[in-house]
Design a protein around this ligand. Sequence first.
Ligand SMILES: [Zn+2]
Length: 114
Amino acid sequence: MVATCKFKYEWVTSGQSAAIKIAFKWNGDVASWSNIGNRCYKIAQNSPSMNFGWFDNNTSDEEFSRVVIHEFGHALGFVHEHQNPTSPIQWNVAEVYNYYALAGWDKEKLIIIF
Ligand SMILES: [Zn+2]
């Protein structure tokens, strides 16, 4: 059996309707992230569904490629491997919250992990 996927990429200019809306350092956000799959459609047209937060003129081609592929994977519906419901990871949730709190992330932002 061969699975087929049909994707159509079409670049549009600012102001036109789009499913994936990309920002760079949106409101100063230095994180890179993307909404997952169909959730992109629920994002208001004047807000990004994807953000690249740490690219600058010194970003290597490898880093640029890695992050763009990663975030577009999310936009196509792929989640992180640790978010697979069959993942055997037993999280110490309190330790995860403490670790990311050092980076300024609150519990709401950590919904992308759990
Ligand atoms: Zn990710």
